[in-house]
Design a protein around this ligand. Sequence first.
Ligand code: ACM
Length: 773
Amino acid sequence: MFKPFRLTGAVVFCVLLGISAVHAQDADPARYAIVPYPQELVPAAGEFVITPKTKLVLPSNKAFFSNEAAQLQTLIRQGLGKALPVAGKAGNGTIVLKQNDQLAGEEDYTLEVTPQQLIISAKTPTGMFRAVQTIRQLLPANIEGVKNAKLPKLTVPAVKITDHPVYGWRGMHLDVSRHFFSVDYLKKFIDLLALYKMNKFHIHLTDDQGWRIEIKKYPLLTEQGAWREFNNQDSVCMQKAKTNPDMEIDKSHIIQKDGKTLYGGFYTQAQMKEVIAYATARHIEMIPEIDMPGHMMAAIKSYPYLSCVGGSTWGPLFTTPICPCNESTFEFAENVYSEIFALFPSQYVHLGADEVEKSTWAKSPACEAIMKANNLKTVEELQSYFVKRMEKFFNSKGKKLIGWDEILEGGISETAILMYWRSWVPDAPVHAAQHGNKVIMTPGNPLYFDTPPDRNSVSNVYHFNPVPKGLTPEQEKFIIGAQANTWTEYIPSEKRADFMMFPRMTALAEVLWTHRQDYDNYLLRLNKQYKRLDQLKVHYRMPDLDGFTDDNVLVGKTVLKLQKPSPEITIRYTTDGTAPTMSSAELPEAFIVPGPGTIKLASFSPSGSSSDIYTLNYRQQSFFPPVNLFKAPEAGLQVQYFDSSYRSVTKLPDTSDSIVYVTNAVIPAGMGKGGKAFGAKITGYIDVPETAIYSFFLTADDGANLYIQGDKVVDNDGWHAPVQKSGQVALQKGLHPFEIKFVEGGGGYTLKLEYRVNGGKIQAVPDAWFKRN
Ligand code: ACM
C-alpha cells in the first residue's frame, strides 16, 4: 500500500490460531455478553437483584478501593437513581468488595454472583476496576450514559468468573495532530477504553500538521504551531463531506485570526492534567508522543534553527527533520520533554523517530563533524545516535523510551522499546525480541484503524496473533502486547473517529485480554454491546449488510433480499444516485431490482449510527459459454511480473521484457521483496463447476482488477490500503479466460480472491480451478 505521508503496508494476512474455545460456547452469549470474554466463566442459574436496599461492603481499609467503589456506585445510581448504603457486614443482599493478596497479578479479579450475594475480589484497585467493568457489562445497557434510568431494580446474572489479562500492553493510539479532538472526546474515548479493559492510551501530540500540547518554555509551538490554514488533506475531507456529513471539519476548531481562517487547537497543560487524571482514575496509562526528529514541521516553522537548514519543507515523502548535530536541538528536545515528563506520570514516553527524510543531515557540515567524531558511517547511524542520546536523557529522568521500528535501523540500544508498524519489514519485531528489546505490535495490517473498514476488518483484527513467527518461547515474552493506531489525516470529526475505531477496537480488546478465539461467539456478544454503545452515543460502524456485490449482473428477474443485522435496524435506499439518509425509503423485504442502474443502500440504528453507504451497480448479462482448448490445460496460472511502479492497472505495459513464471496458487507469494513497488498480470483459465452467477470478492493493497472472459468483473484499481471490492459474472460450467491485473506502490501488498455462488458462504477460490495453456 502506498500512502503519501504515513506509509503503511501489509503482507497477506493469514493468522489462524486454531484454538477452539469450549468455555465460551458453554455460556449463553446473550446472558453473559462480556467483551473481552473472561478467562474462566462458569454460568449459573438465577440472578442477584440490586435494589436501593442492597448494601455495599468495603474492605476494612475502606480507602483502598474507594475510587472503584465510587465508580460502581455511579453505575448503580445511573440505573436506580440512588447510590447504595454502605454496610459493615457481608451477608445476604450485599455487594462485597474484597482485597485478595493471593491473586497473582495487578489486574486479576474474581467475581462470584449468586442470587444471595455479589462478591468481587481483587489484589489491587486496578483489578477491582476491571471487575467493575465486567459487572457494568452484565448490567442492562440502559444504565449507560444517563443520570437516572429510573429502574426499580438491576439484575446481574449468577456467574463465577476468574479473570486476568494475557498481555500487559493493550493499547490504542490517537493522532490529535492531523485533526484536533476536544477534551470531552478524549474523556469519552478513555471511557470506552476502560469499558473494554484496554490499559494504554498513546496520544500522538505533535506532527507536521499541528502541535497540540502547551510547552511553557516555547510558547510559539502552540501560538503558531497549533493552527494551520486548510491543507490538501482537509480539502479531501471537505470534498468527501458532500456525500458524508461525518467527513465535515469540526467548526468548533476553526478560528479567525489576523484576517485568516485558521484551523486547529491545543491542550493547555492544565487541560491535559485533567485528562490524565480522568484516565488514571480509570486505570488507563497515557503515553505521550512528541514525534522527532522527523514529523517536526509545526515546530520548525516557529523555531527554524531546529533544522540543519533553517526551516522545513516537504520532500518527496516527508518533511525536513530537526538537526541531530547541534547542541541547540538537544537543548530544545530536552526542555520540551522535561515539561512532558512533569505532566505525564507514565514511565513510558514515545519519541517517535519514524519516517525521517535525512538528506539535510547528509549535506550538513555540522553532521559531518558529529559523524566523524562518533565514528558514524551512515545517516541511519546518526539517527541512532540521536535516539540513544535522547534515551539516556529519558532514563536519567526515570522514563523508558519507546520508538517506532525505524529505531532498529542504525542500531538499537539494549533497553529501548520497539513499536512495530511496518508490515513490510516482518523481521523487525523478531530481531528486536531476539536482541532482548521489548516489542509492542502495531502492524499496519490489521492494526491501523485509519484504514477504511470493510466487511473483513473486524474479523481480521479478531484473528490477529500478536506473536510473530520465528521466536522461541523465551523470546516471545518480549512481545508485551499490541495496539491499534488511528492516524487522522482523513478523520476530521469525532463521529468519523468513532466510526473508524468501533467496533474493531472491541475485537482487539478480546485478542489482548483473553486471547482465546471464538469469533462466532464474539459476534453474538458484540451484538449486545451495540445497545450499550448506542446509549453511550458512540457513532460506531454498523454491522455489514450482506447478500450483494458492488457490481451485480441481472439475468432475468432479480430479487434483492437482505437480512437485517437486528430487528430495530432499518435499511434505506435510493435509486437516484444520492446518499441514503434516515428519511430515504425503507427497502422492502423482497425488492425487485427495477433494471440496470444503481441502487444505494445504508442501514441505520435508532440512535443514528449508520453503516457504510453501499453502491450496487446492476447490468444486464447472459451466461458466458465456456471456451474449448485444443490441448488439455495444465494446472496453475501464468504470472507476468513488472519490476516497476504503476499508479493503475491500466498503466501496466501490454508487452514488455517482464519476468514470466508459473504459479500453482492463484495468489503468488514473494512478489515485491522488501516492500518494493511492482506490477503483475496473473492469467489463465478458471474452470467453474456449474452454470451460475458467480460473485467474486477481490481484496487488494494496492490496486487490482479481475477480468473473466475479458469482462471486468471487479474494479479495485488505484493505490489504497487493503480494501475488498466485489462483482458478479454469469458463467456456464467449464473454462473461462481469467486475468488479475495488480499494482503495488510499495510498502507491502495484500491480494486475496474469494467467491460465493447461490447465496452460499464466501470462500477462497480453490487453486484447482485454475488452468493454463
Ligand atoms: C507511522 O505510521 N509512521 C508510525
